[in-house]
Design a protein around this ligand. Structure first.
Ligand SMILES: *Cc1c(COP(=O)(O)O)cnc(C)c1O
Length: 361
């Protein structure tokens, strides 16, 4: 396989099991947005459910419909919608809908069927969700629609700007109090994503939402690791497609940022920024071949990178591993994130369509 992301579905199931145990077995959503953080949405969803996920989370309705089309019947929540969204299809497919503002609420209420909604409040992230000044009007309108049988308010939720944001927990509690005052009695109040779910017990409420941790990656930037056993589920590799001897002084890749200091072997791997390898990994990203770690030589191109392997015995057909489970001695997604000045989330999520996903259980 020229370019391969090997996905360990057993790792995803095991991670979800361990994460759920870490929060006392409480109701847990696993987020499979953006193609399951690059791991494959439907496959990741099934593995998560096998590990005990009670809910699935996605960003948009198309992602939720993809799960339904694959026969996945687990409750699913979608929370970011097209301004012109027709909600009828989602309601018919029993997709719960995050609702952030009045006009959106009215559209869901007007759609055929009875929409199950989760009201989204902005408690300080400054993204989606109703601003504090708009909570009362949104809650009043939702309560009225619910009394009229047009919707069911199943949840209220928000999302944190940082793991230990106690101000946001307090703001969220204020929103819950205002909602209760309008007569709303949502069964699922939820706030915490991976980081807060593990670290901030008073952010857990009725359900936690695990994203990156379900795929075996740390939710903390800077590479520190949660106190729960997680196995990275994705191993990204490419075949060495060319290996040749060159003379000292040979320049490598665009701009000749790497010039080989001695006669050497250059190995070519067919993954580049077109496959999601950050160009910031030029001269920096780690790659392991036959158990030895090298660094990308020169610039990452659209379709390929070069590794200067010296006199090591590297030949066409050998596998070059970009990242995987560091317990197996290969670089991690965190190593790549650090080399590229980004976060592990971005490293796995960007992996493109030319990379073949192969699944093991
Ligand atoms: C992506 C997302 C999550 C999951 O976040 P992680 O940090 O990956 O656990 C949870 N909730 C919402 C609203 C999200 O957008």
């Amino acid at each position: 396989m020229m370019r391969e992301a090997l996905i360990d579905l057993g790792a995803i199931s095991g991670n979800v099991e361990n994460l759920r145990a870490a929060v006392g077995g409480m109701t847990s959503m696993v987020v499979v947005k953006a193609n399951g953080y690059g791991h494959g949405a439907t496959q990741s969803a099934r593995a998560a459910v096998a590990g005990g996920a009670d809910w699935l989370g996605v960003v948009d309705i198309d992602e939720a419909l993809e799960l339904r089309a694959a026969g996945i019947q687990t409750p699913v929540l979608a929370w970011l919608h097209d301004p012109d969204q027709d909600f009828a299809e989602a309601i018919a497919a029993r997709i719960d809908l995050g609702v952030s503002y009045l006009e959106q609420l009215d559209r869901v209420a007007a759609a055929s069927g009875t929409g199950q909604i989760h009201l989204k409040v902005d408690t300080g992230l400054g993204r989606n969700g109703a601003a504090p000044g708009d909570w009362a009007a949104l809650f009043d309108a939702a309560a009225a629609h619910e009394r009229a049988g047009r919707i069911v308010v199943r949840g209220i939720f928000s999302h944190l700007a940082g793991v230990s944001d106690t101000d946001q927990v307090a703001s969220f509690e204020q929103a819950l109090a205002e909602a209760a005052a309008t007569g709303l009695t949502p069964e699922l109040v939820h706030l915490a994503a991976s980081g807060a779910a593990l670290d901030v017990p008073n952010s857990r409420f009725d359900m936690v939402r695990f994203g990156v941790a379900a795929y075996g990656l740390s939710p903390y930037s800077g590479g520190s690791h949660p106190a729960v056993s997680l196995t990275p589920a994705m191993q990204l590799s490419g075949a060495v497609v060319s290996a040749k001897r060159v003379k000292a002084g040979t320049g490598v890749s665009y701009g000749h940022e790497h010039v080989v200091p001695r006669d050497t072997t250059l190995a070519l791997i067919p993954l580049g920024y077109g496959d999601g390898i950050p160009r910031h990994g030029s001269g920096a990203g780690p790659i392991s071949i036959k158990g030895k770690r090298y660094t990308v030589a020169g610039r990452v191109a659209m379709d390929q990178v070069v590794v200067d392997v010296g006199d090591d015995d590297v030949a066409v057909g050998d596998r070059a591993i970009f990242f995987g489970d560091p317990a197996t001695g290969v670089p991690s997604a965190d190593d790549w994130a650090e080399a590229c000045g980004t976060i592990n989330y971005e490293i796995v999520t960007r992996i493109g369509n030319r990379v073949v996903r192969r699944y093991t259980s």
